[in-house]
Design a binder for this molecule. Structure first.
Ligand code: C2E
Ligand code: CA
Ligand code: CA
Length: 645
C-alpha cells in the first residue's frame, strides 16, 4: 500500500479517502447517492448482454449474468440513502473500507462474465461487449470520485484482464483498443482524482465552518449565561427575572402572576459581623429556599439582598398571602455557616401584576416592600387600592418636580438659633419649601426623596444657598447661616468648588456659613465623606452633624470626623424634660463634644422646661418653636432685628 502511495504521489495525493468521523459521514452520504445508480447501470448492462447472447451462448453461461444482476440489485438496495443514513457511523466506516475490495471483485466478476461470452458472439455482439465494458468502466470510475481507490481498482480490473484476453485471442485491433482504453482511463482517473480533491476541500471548509459555528454557539451560550445568571446564587439575575416577568405578562394565560419583592432584614449585620463569605452563603441559602417554596414559578436576585419572586397567578389573594408567609417562615429558619448560626428575616412586598409595564409592577411591589420594611420584623404587605392612590399622587408630584423650573418653585423659611448665654440670635437655619403650583408649599418630607430620585439634589442645594445668601445677607447682619446638605452633596465630585464659588460670588465669606450633614450622608462611605468635609473646612466653612442622637448615632465617630458643631436631634429634646435616659445620653454627647472642642446645639426646643433641661446639661445654643418657627425671609428678618435688638 505504501509503495502504491509513493507511486501515485506524482499524480496527486487525493487518491486516498480522508479518515475521521465527519469524512466517513460525508463519504457514506455521497456514495449512497451514487452507488445505487451505478449498480443500476450494471443491472442494465447484464440484462442487455444476456438478451443479446441468449441463443448464441449456452443457457447456463448466459444465466450467470442475471445472477450477477440480482447481486447488483441487492448491493444497490444496500446503498440506498435512507438505509445508509440509519446505519451507525462505525458500520458506515466498515462499508466504505469493504467497498474497495468488493467493488474490484464485483467488477472482476462482471468483466470475466462479459469476456467469457466473447467467443460465442459475432462481430456486432463482440462490439457490444466492447461498448458495454467501456461504458460501465467509465461510469464506474467517474461515479466513484468519493472512493478513488475503488475507482483505481475498477480501472485495473477492467483494463488489465481485457487487454490480456484480447492479446491471448489475437484480437486484430488489440494495440489500438488497448491504447485508447489506457489513455481514456488515465484521463478519466485524473478527472475523478480532481473531483475527490474538490470534495475533500469542500468538506474541510464545511467542517471548519461547523467548528466555527459551534464555537460561536458556545460563546453565545456562555455570554447568555453571563448575562442572565446571578454568579453568586446561580439563579436568575435581575435582567433574567425581569425578562421572565415580561414574558409572563405577555403570555396568553388569563391569570397574571404575583410579583413579590423580598428584602432581607439584618443582612448588613451578618456581613459586618461574620464576613462576606457568610453573607454570600446567606444569599445562596435564601435563593435556594425561595426556589423550593410552594407557588413560586420563578425567582431571581435583583441585587444586594433583594429578590424578585413570581408567584403563580392561579393563586388568589389569600393563597398567595399564605404562600408568602410560608416562604417568610422558611427564610427565618436558621442558616448554619462555619459553626455559626445565622438568623434573618425578609420583608416582603406583594403585588398582583395587572396591565402595567414591568417597571410599573416593580414600582408597586417596591412600594409594598417599603411599607413592609417600615413595619419591620419581616412583615408582608400586599399593595392595595390605597397604595395605588398614594403611588399615583407620588408619580404626579415626581413629574411636577422633574418638569418644574426649580428656581421659580422654591421658597426658603428661616429659623433663628439662640445663644442662651447672652440671649441673642447668633444665626439662622434655612429650610427649603417647594410648590408644585406656586400656591401650596410642601415640606422637604414630601419632595427631598423625589429630588434624590430625579437627581436634582445638587441643583436644589445650589439654589437654596444662592437664595439664602441673597435674602439673608449674613455679611450685613453678622449672623451665621446654616444650610442643609443632602447626603449626595457630601459625595458628589466638584461640590466643594461649586458651593465655594456661589458664596464668593455673593460677596459672602465661607466662615459665616455652617453646612449641616446627617449621619446617613457619612455612613455609606465614611472615608470619602471625611475627605470632602475636610475640603469644605479648608475653604473656611464650618460643619455641623445634624440629627445627632437619633437612631444609631455612634459616639466614637465624633472623634474621627472634621466637625465644628453637633446638633442634638429634636427627638432627644422632646424627651429631655421627662426621660432620665435621654438626659444621660445628651449629657454624654455634650461632655464628649466639649472634650473634642466641638460646639453643641439642640434643636426642636418647644418649651421652657426643655430649655431648662438643656441648659442644665451645659447646652447654650438652642433652636425650636419655643424661640421661633421657621418663617419666610421678610418675617424672619424683622423678628431677628427685634431679637438682636
Ligand atoms: P432638620 O435639618 O433637622 O430641620 C429641622 C426640622 O424640624 C425642620 O423641618 C423644622 O421646620 C422642624 N422644626 C424646627 N423647630 C422645631 C420644633 O421645635 N419642633 C418640631 N416638631 N419641629 C421643628 P422641615 O423644614 O420640614 O425640614 C425637614 C428636614 O428636611 C430637615 O431636617 C432637613 O434635614 C431637610 N431639609 C430642609 N431644608 C433642606 C434643604 O434646603 N436642603 C436639604 N438637603 N435638606 C433640607
Ligand atoms: Ca438641619
Ligand atoms: Ca436636625
Amino acid at each position: 500500500m505504501a509503495r502504491l502511495r509513493r507511486a501515485l504521489r506524482p499524480l496527486g495525493h487525493h487518491w486516498w479517502q480522508r479518515p475521521g468521523e465527519s469524512f466517513t459521514l460525508a463519504y457514506a452520504t455521497s456514495l449512497s447517492h451514487r452507488l445505487p445508480l451505478l449498480y443500476l447501470i450494471v443491472v442494465f448492462d447484464v440484462v442487455l448482454l444476456s438478451l443479446r447472447f441468449a441463443g448464441s451462448a449456452p443457457l447456463l453461461h448466459v444465466l450467470l449474468g442475471p445472477t450477477l444482476g440480482i447481486y447488483a440489485v441487492a448491493r444497490g438496495c444496500y446503498w440506498l440513502p435512507a438505509r445508509v443514513a440509519r446505519r451507525p457511523i462505525e458500520d458506515q466506516r466498515l462499508d466504505i473500507e469493504r467497498m474497495r475490495r468488493l467493488g474490484a471483485i464485483s467488477a472482476l466478476l462482471f468483466v470475466a462474465w462479459a469476456l467469457s461470452l466473447y467467443p460465442y458472439g459475432d462481430v456486432s455482439q463482440r462490439a457490444m461487449i466492447h461498448y458495454l465494458l467501456a461504458v460501465t468502466m467509465f461510469s464506474g470510475i467517474l461515479g466513484l470520485a468519493h472512493s478513488p481507490q475503488t475507482a483505481l481498482g475498477i480501472a485495473a480490473v477492467f483494463t488489465i484482464p481485457s487487454t490480456l484476453y484480447f492479446l491471448a485471442v489475437g484480437h486484430p485491433n488489440v494495440v489500438y483498443v488497448s491504447l485508447v482504453q489506457l489513455v481514456v482511463t488515465a484521463i478519466v482517473l485524473m478527472v475523478t482524482h480532481g473531483h475527490h480533491r474538490d470534495f475533500v476541500r469542500l468538506e474541510l471548509s464545511r467542517q471548519k465552518l461547523v467548528r466555527r459555528e459551534r464555537r460561536a454557539a458556545r460563546l453565545a451560550s456562555a455570554h447568555y449565561r453571563q448575562a442572565t445568571v446571578d454568579s453568586l446564587t446561580g439563579g436568575m439575575n435581575r435582567r433574567a427575572i425581569l425578562a421572565c416577568l415580561q414574558a409572563e405578562m405577555e403570555s396568553a394565560a388569563k391569570s397574571r402572576p404575583w410579583l413579590a419583592l423580598a428584602d432581607l432584614d439584618g443582612f448588613k449585620h451578618v456581613n459586618d459581623t461574620y464576613g462576606h463569605s457568610a453573607g454570600d452563603h446567606v444569599l445562596r441559602s435564601v435563593s435556594d429556599r425561595i426556589g423550593e417554596a410552594r407557588g413560586v414559578i420563578a425567582h431571581g436576585r435583583l441585587g444586594g439582598d433583594e429578590f424578585a419572586i413570581l408567584f403563580d397567578g392561579a393563586l388568589d389573594a389569600r393563597a398567595v398571602g399564605a404562600a408568602a408567609r410560608r416562604l417568610s417562615a422558611a427564610i427565618r429558619e436558621p442558616i448554619g455557616h462555619n459553626n455559626a448560626t445565622l438568623r434573618l428575616c425578609a420583608s416582603i412586598g406583594l403585588h398582583r401584576v395587572r396591565g402595567e409595564s414591568v417597571s410599573g409592577s416593580l414600582e408597586r411591589a417596591d412600594a409594598a416592600l417599603y411599607k413592609a420594611k417600615t413595619r419591620g420584623d419581616g412583615a408582608i404587605v400586599l399593595f392595595g387600592p390605597d397604595d395605588e392612590i398614594t403611588l399615583q399622587h407620588r408619580i404626579a408630584i415626581t413629574r411636577q418636580f422633574n418638569d418644574c423650573a426649580l428656581d421659580e418653585r422654591l421658597m426658603l423659611l428661616y429659623q433663628p438659633i439662640h445663644d442662651l448665654r447672652d440671649n441673642r440670635v447668633i444665626g439662622v437655619e434655612a429650610f427649603a419649601r417647594w410648590s408644585p403650583d406656586g400656591v401650596n408649599w410642601q415640606a422637604p418630607g414630601t419632595f427631598m426623596a423625589i429630588a434624590e430620585a430625579t437627581g436634582r439634589t445638587g441643583e436644589l442645594t445650589r439654589l437654596v444657598l444662592a437664595r439664602a445668601l441673597e435674602e439673608f445677607r449674613p455679611w450685613e447682619n453678622g449672623l451665621d447661616l446654616s444650610i442643609n446638605l443632602s447626603p449626595r452633596d457630601v459625595h458628589r465630585d466638584g461640590v466643594v468648588e461649586a458651593i465655594t464659588s456661589i458664596v464668593h460670588k455673593a460677596g459672602a465669606s465661607p466662615s459665616s456659613i455652617i453646612l449641616e450633614v446627617t449621619e446617613r450622608a457619612l455612613m455609606d462611605d465614611p472615608k470619602r465623606a471625611t475627605i470632602q468635609l475636610q475640603a469644605f473646612r479648608d475653604q473656611g466653612f464650618r460643619i455641623a452633624l445634624d440629627d445627632f442622637g437619633a437612631g444609631w448615632s455612634s459616639l466614637s465617630q465624633l472623634r474621627d470626623l472634621p466637625l465644628d458643631m453637633i446638633k442634638l436631634d429634636r427627638a432627644l429634646a422632646a424627651a429631655l424634660s421627662d426621660d432620665p435616659g435621654a438626659r444621660a445620653v445628651a449629657g454624654m454627647i455634650v461632655a464628649l463634644a466639649w472634650q473634642l472642642g466641638i460646639g453643641c446645639t439642640i434643636e426642636g426646643i418647644e418649651s421652657a422646661a426643655q430649655v431648662e433641661a438643656a441648659r442644665s446639661l451645659g447646652i447654650n445654643l438652642m433652636q425650636g418653636y419655643h424661640f421661633g418657627r421657621p418663617e419666610p425671609a421678610g418675617i424672619a428678618l424683622i423678628g431677628l432685628d427685634r431679637a438682636v435688638a
